[in-house]
Design a protein around this ligand. Structure first.
Ligand SMILES: C[S@@+](CC[C@H](N)C(=O)[O-])C[C@H]1O[C@@H](n2cnc3c(N)ncnc32)[C@H](O)[C@@H]1O
Length: 230
């Protein structure tokens, strides 16, 4: 098992009771994405949620009419979200399956109407792996399909400190001191350049109070709303 996976295995230790669907809070970037898709009248079709975790964003997309496919490399998180799906029939179908997002994805070209990467590809330990993930997102999206990518900025209070005191081998990366988790952070130009094969529809810098790793501070993230050209 990859070292990075061991970190996530601990994080996804199964909760005793399944939450209600109503109590699951999607990431705010995904709420923004759904609002955008609503305005565009694009709430239909298939969606992929990469690094789907316990499924909070997948279920939100399913509630908004998408047939959703989640990929995740922690089996315990997949089992958890599949149980939640079984308990909540009446939604659009939500399928969670084991997979590594930095290896070829088991989906046909132009299969998805929309894609989300909510703080998942920042966890891929190599640039080659992140490039493959980006290319798979591009390949499996339909021409004209929309994607949301959210990443941490190097201006984030916690990440700034980690990059200085516990850097990874790549620029703007870190190995979190308390658990050894790798994370790739970005400056604005770097992330825009990285996704240049997509059309950038909207870029947002989000600064908001947060409580992370035992303390309060200001979190800074970037949201990229992307479109695969026709
Ligand atoms: C920060 S969490 C975000 C989870 C979810 N996207 C959300 O916003 O709630 C990152 C997730 O990506 C998964 N992940 C990281 N690297 C992965 C990889 N190479 N393949 C599959 N899943 C991965 C982790 O197990 C974890 O569940």
């Amino acid at each position: 098992m990859r070292k990075q996976q061991q970190v996530w295995l601990k994080e996804h230790a199964i909760q005793a009771a399944l939450p209600s669907l109503a109590s699951l809070e999607p990431a705010s970037g995904v709420v923004f994405f759904v609002e955008f898709l609503t305005q565009q009248q694009r709430l239909t079709g298939t969606a992929i949620d990469i690094g789907s975790g316990k499924g909070r964003n997948s279920f939100y997309l399913a509630k908004h009419s998408f047939e959703v496919y989640g990929i995740e490399y922690i089996q315990e998180a997949i089992d958890f979200s599949n149980k939640l799906a079984e308990q909540n029939t009446g939604l659009q179908p939500v399928y969670f399956q084991w997979g590594e997002i930095d290896k070829p994805w088991p989906f046909a070209e132009n299969f998805f109407d929309v894609a989300i990467d909510s703080f998942a590809s920042i966890d891929i330990e190599t640039k080659v792996g992140r490039e493959l993930c980006r290319e798979e997102m591009f390949r499996t999206l339909k021409p004209g399909g929309y994607a949301l990518v959210t990443v941490c900025s190097i201006e984030d209070e916690w990440e700034k400190e980690f990059i200085t005191h516990s850097p990874g081998l790549e620029p703007n990366s870190t190995i979190w001191p308390e658990n050894g988790k790798f994370q790739k952070d970005y400056d604005e130009l770097e992330v825009k350049t990285f996704y240049r094969n997509f059309k950038l529809i909207e870029f947002k810098k989000i600064v908001k109070p947060a409580f992370k790793l035992g303390r309060s501070g200001l979190a800074t993230n970037y949201w990229l709303l992307l479109r695969k050209p026709n």
